[in-house]
Design a protein around this ligand. Structure first.
Ligand SMILES: NC(=O)c1ccc[n+]([C@@H]2O[C@H](COP(=O)([O-])OP(=O)(O)OC[C@H]3O[C@@H](n4cnc5c(N)ncnc54)[C@H](OP(=O)(O)O)[C@@H]3O)[C@@H](O)[C@H]2O)c1
Length: 316
């Protein structure tokens, strides 16, 4: 195996079993799960999820690091990263899954899923008001690959869609704001907040009590709702609970948490106004993603530039 061209891939995944990734990658290129001691000269690529800190700095011939997911905060958690390009995952399959999750959660809040479930539990035959989608505004924090796709799907369902990003972004049919100055007007115009930001030093804890208090309170849903499918460290869990208790926030759908897996004692598990999923909004499927990683390696070796390289300064 080691005599195959293209150098070896180091596959380092913390938190899930790498077998399928290993099998699919190694069908094309030699793969190892550990370097051969310090300064292993045979490893040219790393495919990682939460690699152990310092691991990549020990690879003198490393040419590029590939993230198994769309986010790269798990890579930047390593303070000792070598200066090689970091490629994040952008894939139709991943985008489609996230769009499905966002549409599912937006529709559940819009069509009062929690209320119907509580009625069903009590065998109550009641019909709550049904505000039309055109009277409900969904605000998406993060108008990137995933945010834009979700915006498009929500527009097609008739919602008003707002977007907020770091730099100015325009999108047909979407009212956009950007930067710190744009945040308050964006929130003031939003009934359902969808968080699809990356976790960086600039976005840490951004979803806090103060931010939630700026969401539109007089909309037809009877209170604002939060959907976070970005990262857990974007939010302050205690602030979300306080906002729910204070009726500043009506309901929340949370896919990500400050601590994952969510500990059994977390009040989110049983909170009647919270819908929990286990960081599963858009799972990275190796059947779809490994071919994209391998294609990039081959193109790179032909002299083509790597795509979806992250900006180290901005951290995403
Ligand atoms: N829960 C899951 O299963 C799951 C799955 C996949 C991804 N994710 C999360 O989703 C995130 C977004 O993915 P993506 O592919 O859409 O990323 P992306 O294409 O890089 O887009 C990121 C968006 O966030 C904006 N942004 C970044 N920093 C900001 C700041 N400080 N203030 C305001 N806006 C800021 C960017 O603004 P600009 O447009 O101005 O650059 C951009 O619009 C990932 O980083 C990951 O954490 C979660």
């Amino acid at each position: 195996m080691n005599d195959r061209p293209g150098g070896r891939i180091l596959l380092s995944t913390t938190g899930f079993r790498p077998q399928l990734w290993y099998d699919l990658l190694s069908a094309e290129r030699p793969v190892v799960l550990e370097p051969d001691g310090d300064d292993d000269p045979t490893i040219e690529y790393a495919v990682v999820w939460k690699q152990p800190p310092g691991l990549l700095a020990r690879l003198p011939y490393l040419k590029a690091i590939f993230s198994i997911g769309a986010g790269v905060d798990h890579i930047f958690a390593d303070p000792d990263l070598p200066d090689v390009p970091i490629v994040r995952m952008v894939a139709d399959n991943l985008t489609q899954h996230m769009t499905e999750y966002v549409v599912w959660r937006v529709l559940d809040h819009h069509r009062q899923g929690a209320l119907y479930r509580s009625h069903q539990n009590r065998k109550l035959w009641r019909e709550p008001p049904q505000p039309p989608a055109e009277n409900v505004s969904v605000g998406i924090m993060g108008l990137g690959q995933l945010g834009r796709a979700a915006a498009k799907a929500l527009l097609s369902l008739g919602f008003q869609v707002n977007g907020w990003s770091r730099t100015e972004r325009r999108m047909d049919g979407v009212t956009t704001w950007h930067g710190e100055k744009g945040l308050t007007p964006f929130l003031n115009a939003t009934d359902i907040l969808v968080v699809l930001l990356p976790y960086t030093t600039a976005t840490e804890g951004i979803v806090n009590y103060d931010l939630l208090g700026k969401l539109r309170r007089d909309g037809e849903l009877g209170g604002p709702c939060l959907i976070n499918a970005g990262r857990g460290k974007l939010q302050r869990g205690d602030d979300i609970l306080r906002a729910l208790d204070d009726d500043i926030l009506k309901e929340a759908s949370l896919d990500v948490f400050e601590e994952e897996p969510l500990p059994p004692e977390s009040p989110f598990w049983t909170h009647p106004k919270v819908f929990v999923t286990p960081h599963a909004a858009a799972t990275s499927d190796p059947h779809h993603l490994v071919p994209l990683i391998l294609e990039q390696m081959t193109a790179f070796e032909r002299g083509e530039p790597l795509r979806n390289v992250v900006n180290r300064e901005e951290g995403y």
